[in-house]
Design a protein around this ligand. Structure first.
Ligand SMILES: [Zn+2]
Length: 412
Protein backbone atom coordinates (compact mmCIF):
# COMPACT_ATOMS: atom_id res chain seq x y z
CA UNK A 1 0.00 0.00 0.00
CA UNK A 2 1.42 3.31 -0.97
CA UNK A 3 1.93 5.94 1.65
CA UNK A 4 -0.50 8.15 -0.22
CA UNK A 5 -3.23 5.50 -0.22
CA UNK A 6 -2.62 4.77 3.45
CA UNK A 7 -2.89 8.47 4.24
CA UNK A 8 -6.07 8.63 2.22
CA UNK A 9 -7.54 5.64 4.06
CA UNK A 10 -6.59 7.09 7.40
CA UNK A 11 -8.16 10.33 6.25
CA UNK A 12 -11.36 8.45 5.46
CA UNK A 13 -11.29 6.65 8.80
CA UNK A 14 -10.64 9.86 10.66
CA UNK A 15 -13.44 11.66 8.88
CA UNK A 16 -16.00 8.91 9.61
CA UNK A 17 -16.88 10.05 13.14
CA UNK A 18 -17.23 13.61 11.87
CA UNK A 19 -19.62 12.41 9.17
CA UNK A 20 -21.38 9.99 11.51
CA UNK A 21 -23.54 12.40 13.44
CA UNK A 22 -25.28 14.01 10.54
CA UNK A 23 -28.57 14.51 12.33
CA UNK A 24 -29.62 16.16 15.58
CA UNK A 25 -32.53 13.84 16.33
CA UNK A 26 -33.51 10.46 14.94
CA UNK A 27 -36.95 9.02 15.60
CA UNK A 28 -36.33 5.35 15.08
CA UNK A 29 -38.63 2.49 14.20
CA UNK A 30 -42.06 4.14 14.49
CA UNK A 31 -45.06 3.63 12.23
CA UNK A 32 -44.73 6.78 10.16
CA UNK A 33 -48.00 8.10 8.74
CA UNK A 34 -47.41 10.99 6.36
CA UNK A 35 -50.43 11.01 4.05
CA UNK A 36 -49.07 13.86 1.93
CA UNK A 37 -46.30 11.52 0.81
CA UNK A 38 -48.46 8.35 0.82
CA UNK A 39 -46.37 6.91 3.64
CA UNK A 40 -47.73 4.43 6.16
CA UNK A 41 -44.81 2.20 7.10
CA UNK A 42 -42.22 1.54 9.75
CA UNK A 43 -39.58 4.17 9.02
CA UNK A 44 -37.03 6.44 10.63
CA UNK A 45 -37.31 10.22 10.70
CA UNK A 46 -34.12 12.27 10.88
CA UNK A 47 -34.20 15.90 11.96
CA UNK A 48 -31.58 18.57 11.61
CA UNK A 49 -32.08 21.87 13.37
CA UNK A 50 -35.69 22.88 12.80
CA UNK A 51 -36.15 20.84 9.62
CA UNK A 52 -36.98 17.29 8.59
CA UNK A 53 -33.75 16.00 7.03
CA UNK A 54 -34.75 12.55 5.84
CA UNK A 55 -37.41 9.87 6.16
CA UNK A 56 -36.17 6.41 5.21
CA UNK A 57 -36.62 2.73 6.01
CA UNK A 58 -33.43 2.54 8.03
CA UNK A 59 -31.17 5.33 9.16
CA UNK A 60 -28.33 4.12 11.41
CA UNK A 61 -28.56 5.36 14.99
CA UNK A 62 -24.91 6.43 14.98
CA UNK A 63 -25.73 9.10 12.42
CA UNK A 64 -27.64 11.09 15.03
CA UNK A 65 -26.65 12.97 18.16
CA UNK A 66 -29.83 11.78 19.83
CA UNK A 67 -31.78 8.68 18.86
CA UNK A 68 -35.29 8.26 20.22
CA UNK A 69 -36.69 4.74 19.99
CA UNK A 70 -40.32 5.06 18.91
CA UNK A 71 -40.90 1.42 17.91
CA UNK A 72 -44.53 0.58 18.54
CA UNK A 73 -45.59 4.22 18.33
CA UNK A 74 -47.22 6.21 15.55
CA UNK A 75 -45.25 9.14 14.11
CA UNK A 76 -47.12 11.86 12.21
CA UNK A 77 -46.67 15.45 11.13
CA UNK A 78 -47.60 17.83 13.97
CA UNK A 79 -51.38 18.05 13.97
CA UNK A 80 -53.18 21.19 12.82
CA UNK A 81 -56.24 22.09 14.87
CA UNK A 82 -58.32 24.15 12.49
CA UNK A 83 -60.81 25.33 15.05
CA UNK A 84 -59.93 26.22 18.64
CA UNK A 85 -60.13 29.29 20.87
CA UNK A 86 -56.96 30.94 22.11
CA UNK A 87 -57.94 34.64 22.17
CA UNK A 88 -60.88 36.99 22.61
CA UNK A 89 -63.58 34.52 23.54
CA UNK A 90 -63.87 34.36 27.35
CA UNK A 91 -63.28 30.60 27.26
CA UNK A 92 -60.01 30.88 25.33
CA UNK A 93 -57.15 28.60 26.39
CA UNK A 94 -53.39 29.03 26.23
CA UNK A 95 -52.37 26.85 23.26
CA UNK A 96 -49.02 25.63 24.59
CA UNK A 97 -50.77 24.00 27.54
CA UNK A 98 -53.64 22.54 25.61
CA UNK A 99 -52.33 21.79 22.12
CA UNK A 100 -48.62 20.90 22.29
CA UNK A 101 -49.46 18.28 24.90
CA UNK A 102 -51.86 16.65 22.44
CA UNK A 103 -49.64 16.47 19.37
CA UNK A 104 -51.02 19.65 17.78
CA UNK A 105 -48.27 22.06 16.78
CA UNK A 106 -50.47 24.48 14.86
CA UNK A 107 -53.78 25.95 15.93
CA UNK A 108 -56.15 28.28 14.15
CA UNK A 109 -58.04 30.58 16.49
CA UNK A 110 -61.57 30.52 15.14
CA UNK A 111 -62.94 34.05 15.25
CA UNK A 112 -61.65 35.28 18.61
CA UNK A 113 -60.30 38.48 17.13
CA UNK A 114 -61.70 40.90 14.60
CA UNK A 115 -59.86 43.64 12.73
CA UNK A 116 -60.08 45.93 15.79
CA UNK A 117 -58.45 43.41 18.14
CA UNK A 118 -56.10 41.45 15.90
CA UNK A 119 -53.03 43.50 16.90
CA UNK A 120 -53.64 42.70 20.56
CA UNK A 121 -54.13 39.05 19.68
CA UNK A 122 -50.78 39.06 17.89
CA UNK A 123 -48.92 40.83 20.69
CA UNK A 124 -50.38 38.83 23.57
CA UNK A 125 -50.70 35.34 22.07
CA UNK A 126 -49.35 34.75 18.55
CA UNK A 127 -45.94 36.29 19.27
CA UNK A 128 -45.59 34.56 22.63
CA UNK A 129 -46.52 30.95 22.10
CA UNK A 130 -44.41 28.04 21.02
CA UNK A 131 -47.49 26.68 19.27
CA UNK A 132 -47.87 28.12 15.77
CA UNK A 133 -51.02 30.21 15.88
CA UNK A 134 -53.07 31.45 12.93
CA UNK A 135 -56.34 33.33 12.82
CA UNK A 136 -59.70 32.95 11.20
CA UNK A 137 -60.42 36.62 11.78
CA UNK A 138 -63.99 37.44 12.80
CA UNK A 139 -66.04 39.52 10.39
CA UNK A 140 -67.17 41.35 13.53
CA UNK A 141 -64.57 44.06 14.23
CA UNK A 142 -64.59 43.42 17.98
CA UNK A 143 -64.35 39.66 17.55
CA UNK A 144 -66.14 36.89 19.42
CA UNK A 145 -66.90 38.82 22.59
CA UNK A 146 -70.60 38.16 23.12
CA UNK A 147 -73.97 38.37 21.43
CA UNK A 148 -74.32 42.19 21.42
CA UNK A 149 -71.11 42.52 19.43
CA UNK A 150 -71.76 39.47 17.28
CA UNK A 151 -75.20 40.70 16.22
CA UNK A 152 -73.98 44.21 15.41
CA UNK A 153 -74.15 44.36 11.63
CA UNK A 154 -72.63 47.87 11.64
CA UNK A 155 -69.37 46.36 12.95
CA UNK A 156 -69.12 43.80 10.12
CA UNK A 157 -66.88 45.62 7.69
CA UNK A 158 -65.45 43.52 4.84
CA UNK A 159 -63.02 46.24 3.68
CA UNK A 160 -61.51 46.84 7.12
CA UNK A 161 -61.36 43.10 7.76
CA UNK A 162 -59.58 42.49 4.44
CA UNK A 163 -57.24 45.43 5.11
CA UNK A 164 -56.13 43.90 8.42
CA UNK A 165 -55.66 40.55 6.66
CA UNK A 166 -53.51 42.23 4.03
CA UNK A 167 -51.34 43.59 6.84
CA UNK A 168 -50.79 40.04 8.15
CA UNK A 169 -51.25 37.75 5.17
CA UNK A 170 -49.30 34.88 6.75
CA UNK A 171 -51.16 34.93 10.07
CA UNK A 172 -54.73 35.49 8.91
CA UNK A 173 -55.85 32.40 7.05
CA UNK A 174 -59.55 33.11 6.62
CA UNK A 175 -62.69 34.77 7.99
CA UNK A 176 -65.13 33.51 10.60
CA UNK A 177 -68.79 34.28 11.00
CA UNK A 178 -70.68 32.90 13.97
CA UNK A 179 -73.56 33.21 16.40
CA UNK A 180 -75.50 35.69 14.26
CA UNK A 181 -78.90 35.81 15.95
CA UNK A 182 -80.70 38.16 13.57
CA UNK A 183 -82.72 37.47 10.46
CA UNK A 184 -81.12 37.33 7.07
CA UNK A 185 -77.79 36.57 5.52
CA UNK A 186 -75.90 39.83 6.19
CA UNK A 187 -73.23 38.29 8.45
CA UNK A 188 -72.47 35.54 5.96
CA UNK A 189 -72.54 37.91 2.98
CA UNK A 190 -70.13 40.32 4.66
CA UNK A 191 -67.81 37.45 5.60
CA UNK A 192 -67.87 36.13 2.03
CA UNK A 193 -67.17 39.64 0.74
CA UNK A 194 -64.13 39.85 3.06
CA UNK A 195 -63.16 36.42 1.72
CA UNK A 196 -63.46 37.68 -1.85
CA UNK A 197 -61.38 40.79 -1.09
CA UNK A 198 -58.66 38.79 0.68
CA UNK A 199 -58.94 35.67 -1.49
CA UNK A 200 -59.22 33.50 1.63
CA UNK A 201 -61.80 31.00 2.85
CA UNK A 202 -64.74 31.67 5.15
CA UNK A 203 -65.67 29.37 8.02
CA UNK A 204 -69.23 29.42 9.35
CA UNK A 205 -70.44 28.39 12.77
CA UNK A 206 -73.79 27.36 14.22
CA UNK A 207 -76.77 29.72 14.40
CA UNK A 208 -75.72 31.09 11.05
CA UNK A 209 -77.75 28.24 9.63
CA UNK A 210 -81.43 27.42 9.76
CA UNK A 211 -82.42 29.68 12.64
CA UNK A 212 -83.74 33.17 11.95
CA UNK A 213 -85.51 32.32 8.69
CA UNK A 214 -82.35 31.16 7.03
CA UNK A 215 -82.16 27.99 4.98
CA UNK A 216 -79.15 25.77 4.70
CA UNK A 217 -79.64 25.51 0.94
CA UNK A 218 -79.35 29.31 0.54
CA UNK A 219 -76.33 29.41 2.85
CA UNK A 220 -74.59 26.75 0.79
CA UNK A 221 -75.36 28.80 -2.33
CA UNK A 222 -73.71 31.91 -0.89
CA UNK A 223 -70.64 29.98 0.25
CA UNK A 224 -67.84 29.46 -2.24
CA UNK A 225 -65.70 26.41 -3.00
CA UNK A 226 -63.09 26.15 -0.25
CA UNK A 227 -65.37 27.74 2.38
CA UNK A 228 -66.03 25.65 5.46
CA UNK A 229 -68.92 24.74 7.66
CA UNK A 230 -67.75 23.83 11.17
CA UNK A 231 -69.76 21.95 13.84
CA UNK A 232 -70.83 19.64 11.03
CA UNK A 233 -71.78 16.76 13.33
CA UNK A 234 -73.99 18.72 15.71
CA UNK A 235 -77.74 18.38 15.78
CA UNK A 236 -78.46 22.09 15.98
CA UNK A 237 -81.13 22.62 13.34
CA UNK A 238 -79.67 19.53 11.68
CA UNK A 239 -78.24 20.37 8.31
CA UNK A 240 -76.47 17.21 7.29
CA UNK A 241 -78.99 14.49 7.99
CA UNK A 242 -82.61 13.90 7.14
CA UNK A 243 -84.09 13.07 10.53
CA UNK A 244 -86.60 10.61 9.08
CA UNK A 245 -84.29 8.58 6.86
CA UNK A 246 -81.09 9.27 8.82
CA UNK A 247 -79.39 9.79 5.46
CA UNK A 248 -77.33 12.73 4.26
CA UNK A 249 -79.43 15.45 2.62
CA UNK A 250 -78.86 15.68 -1.14
CA UNK A 251 -78.06 19.40 -0.76
CA UNK A 252 -75.17 18.55 1.56
CA UNK A 253 -73.74 16.20 -1.05
CA UNK A 254 -74.26 18.87 -3.69
CA UNK A 255 -72.44 21.37 -1.47
CA UNK A 256 -69.53 18.97 -1.07
CA UNK A 257 -69.47 18.40 -4.82
CA UNK A 258 -69.30 22.16 -5.28
CA UNK A 259 -66.22 22.26 -3.04
CA UNK A 260 -67.67 23.30 0.31
CA UNK A 261 -65.82 21.72 3.21
CA UNK A 262 -67.20 20.13 6.37
CA UNK A 263 -65.13 20.55 9.53
CA UNK A 264 -65.74 18.83 12.89
CA UNK A 265 -65.36 21.63 15.50
CA UNK A 266 -66.36 19.25 18.32
CA UNK A 267 -66.65 21.69 21.22
CA UNK A 268 -68.98 21.54 24.15
CA UNK A 269 -72.26 21.48 22.24
CA UNK A 270 -71.49 20.58 18.67
CA UNK A 271 -70.70 16.90 18.33
CA UNK A 272 -73.26 14.18 18.88
CA UNK A 273 -72.59 10.51 18.35
CA UNK A 274 -75.80 9.61 16.41
CA UNK A 275 -75.09 12.32 13.82
CA UNK A 276 -71.42 11.36 13.45
CA UNK A 277 -72.30 7.66 13.32
CA UNK A 278 -75.09 8.10 10.73
CA UNK A 279 -72.94 10.44 8.62
CA UNK A 280 -70.06 7.96 8.65
CA UNK A 281 -72.45 5.10 7.76
CA UNK A 282 -73.77 7.16 4.84
CA UNK A 283 -70.25 7.89 3.62
CA UNK A 284 -70.08 11.52 4.67
CA UNK A 285 -66.94 11.84 6.79
CA UNK A 286 -65.55 15.25 7.72
CA UNK A 287 -63.04 16.97 5.44
CA UNK A 288 -61.08 18.23 8.42
CA UNK A 289 -60.90 17.20 12.08
CA UNK A 290 -60.81 19.96 14.69
CA UNK A 291 -61.62 20.44 18.34
CA UNK A 292 -63.28 23.80 19.07
CA UNK A 293 -61.33 23.41 22.31
CA UNK A 294 -62.19 25.98 24.96
CA UNK A 295 -62.52 26.06 28.70
CA UNK A 296 -65.85 24.21 28.81
CA UNK A 297 -65.19 21.48 26.27
CA UNK A 298 -61.82 20.65 27.77
CA UNK A 299 -63.66 19.55 30.91
CA UNK A 300 -66.95 18.20 29.55
CA UNK A 301 -65.72 16.03 26.70
CA UNK A 302 -61.96 16.65 26.69
CA UNK A 303 -62.31 17.00 22.96
CA UNK A 304 -58.68 17.56 22.05
CA UNK A 305 -57.29 16.33 18.73
CA UNK A 306 -56.47 12.75 19.82
CA UNK A 307 -59.93 12.46 21.41
CA UNK A 308 -61.77 13.60 18.28
CA UNK A 309 -59.59 11.41 16.06
CA UNK A 310 -60.27 8.44 18.36
CA UNK A 311 -64.03 8.95 18.07
CA UNK A 312 -63.83 8.79 14.28
CA UNK A 313 -61.58 5.72 14.45
CA UNK A 314 -64.28 4.04 16.48
CA UNK A 315 -66.86 5.02 13.85
CA UNK A 316 -64.82 3.29 11.16
CA UNK A 317 -62.36 5.88 9.86
CA UNK A 318 -58.88 4.50 9.21
CA UNK A 319 -55.96 5.98 11.13
CA UNK A 320 -54.15 7.23 7.97
CA UNK A 321 -57.38 8.92 6.85
CA UNK A 322 -57.87 10.54 10.26
CA UNK A 323 -54.25 11.75 10.24
CA UNK A 324 -54.70 13.17 6.73
CA UNK A 325 -57.76 15.11 7.94
CA UNK A 326 -55.69 16.43 10.85
CA UNK A 327 -52.51 17.35 8.94
CA UNK A 328 -52.30 17.72 5.17
CA UNK A 329 -55.99 18.53 4.64
CA UNK A 330 -56.19 21.43 7.11
CA UNK A 331 -52.82 22.66 5.79
CA UNK A 332 -54.31 22.74 2.29
CA UNK A 333 -57.49 24.44 3.50
CA UNK A 334 -55.53 27.31 5.04
CA UNK A 335 -53.08 27.28 2.12
CA UNK A 336 -50.07 26.34 4.21
CA UNK A 337 -49.28 23.15 2.36
CA UNK A 338 -46.61 21.97 1.63
CA UNK A 339 -44.91 24.16 4.26
CA UNK A 340 -47.03 22.43 6.95
CA UNK A 341 -48.87 19.14 7.33
CA UNK A 342 -46.15 16.81 6.06
CA UNK A 343 -42.89 15.16 7.05
CA UNK A 344 -41.34 15.85 3.65
CA UNK A 345 -37.58 16.49 3.66
CA UNK A 346 -36.80 20.18 4.13
CA UNK A 347 -40.12 20.94 5.87
CA UNK A 348 -40.34 22.28 9.38
CA UNK A 349 -39.82 19.54 11.97
CA UNK A 350 -43.22 19.70 13.64
CA UNK A 351 -43.73 16.07 14.62
CA UNK A 352 -46.16 14.21 16.84
CA UNK A 353 -45.75 10.75 18.34
CA UNK A 354 -48.78 8.79 19.52
CA UNK A 355 -49.68 5.56 21.18
CA UNK A 356 -52.59 3.75 19.53
CA UNK A 357 -54.09 1.80 22.39
CA UNK A 358 -56.44 -1.12 21.95
CA UNK A 359 -58.88 -2.16 24.63
CA UNK A 360 -62.15 -0.74 25.90
CA UNK A 361 -62.33 3.03 26.27
CA UNK A 362 -65.13 5.42 27.13
CA UNK A 363 -65.79 8.62 25.18
CA UNK A 364 -68.42 11.31 25.62
CA UNK A 365 -70.28 13.58 23.23
CA UNK A 366 -71.95 16.97 23.65
CA UNK A 367 -75.22 15.43 24.81
CA UNK A 368 -73.71 13.39 27.63
CA UNK A 369 -73.91 10.15 25.74
CA UNK A 370 -71.27 7.50 26.11
CA UNK A 371 -69.41 5.62 23.42
CA UNK A 372 -67.45 2.52 24.28
CA UNK A 373 -64.68 2.20 21.75
CA UNK A 374 -61.87 -0.24 21.12
CA UNK A 375 -59.20 2.22 19.97
CA UNK A 376 -57.74 5.28 21.59
CA UNK A 377 -55.02 7.55 20.30
CA UNK A 378 -52.84 9.16 22.95
CA UNK A 379 -50.22 11.84 22.41
CA UNK A 380 -46.88 10.96 23.96
CA UNK A 381 -44.25 13.19 22.37
CA UNK A 382 -44.24 16.45 20.42
CA UNK A 383 -41.47 18.21 18.53
CA UNK A 384 -42.07 21.80 17.50
CA UNK A 385 -39.59 23.08 14.90
CA UNK A 386 -37.14 20.34 15.91
CA UNK A 387 -37.38 21.09 19.65
CA UNK A 388 -38.70 18.54 22.09
CA UNK A 389 -41.60 20.28 23.82
CA UNK A 390 -43.53 17.34 25.27
CA UNK A 391 -42.45 13.82 26.21
CA UNK A 392 -45.07 12.05 28.30
CA UNK A 393 -43.39 8.65 28.26
CA UNK A 394 -39.84 9.94 28.62
CA UNK A 395 -38.94 8.38 25.27
CA UNK A 396 -36.06 10.79 24.79
CA UNK A 397 -34.62 10.24 28.25
CA UNK A 398 -32.26 7.53 29.57
CA UNK A 399 -33.54 4.98 32.06
CA UNK A 400 -33.25 6.41 35.53
CA UNK A 401 -30.93 3.72 36.88
CA UNK A 402 -28.42 4.07 34.06
CA UNK A 403 -27.41 7.66 34.60
CA UNK A 404 -25.94 7.80 38.07
CA UNK A 405 -27.25 8.22 41.55
CA UNK A 406 -28.88 11.18 43.21
CA UNK A 407 -26.80 14.08 44.29
CA UNK A 408 -26.11 14.38 47.97
CA UNK A 409 -26.30 18.00 48.84
CA UNK A 410 -24.50 18.92 52.01
CA UNK A 411 -26.60 20.81 54.50
CA UNK A 412 -24.62 23.81 55.61
ZN1 LIG B 1 -65.69 27.65 18.21
Amino acid sequence: MSARLAALLIGVLVTVPALAQTYDILLKGGRVIDPANQIDAVMDVAINGDKIARVAASIPGDQAKRTIDVAGYVVTPGLIDLHAHVFGYPGALWPDDTQLTTGATTVVDCGGSGWRTFDTFKETVIDRTRTRVFSFINVVGKGMVGSDAENDVSDMDPEKTAAKMAEYPDLTVGIKTAHFARKGYTALERAVEAGRLSDKPVIIDMRITTEYDRTTERIFEIMRPGDLRTHSFSDHQVELLDRATRKIHPYAREARKKGLLFDVGHGNGSFVFPVASDAMKDDFPPDTISTDLHNSSIFSTKSDMPDVISKFLNFGMTLPDAIAKSTVRPAQVIRKFPELGTLGAGRVADVAVFKLRRGVFGFTDSKQRRLLGTQKLEAVLTLRAGKLVFDQDGLAFPKWDTVGDYEIIAIP
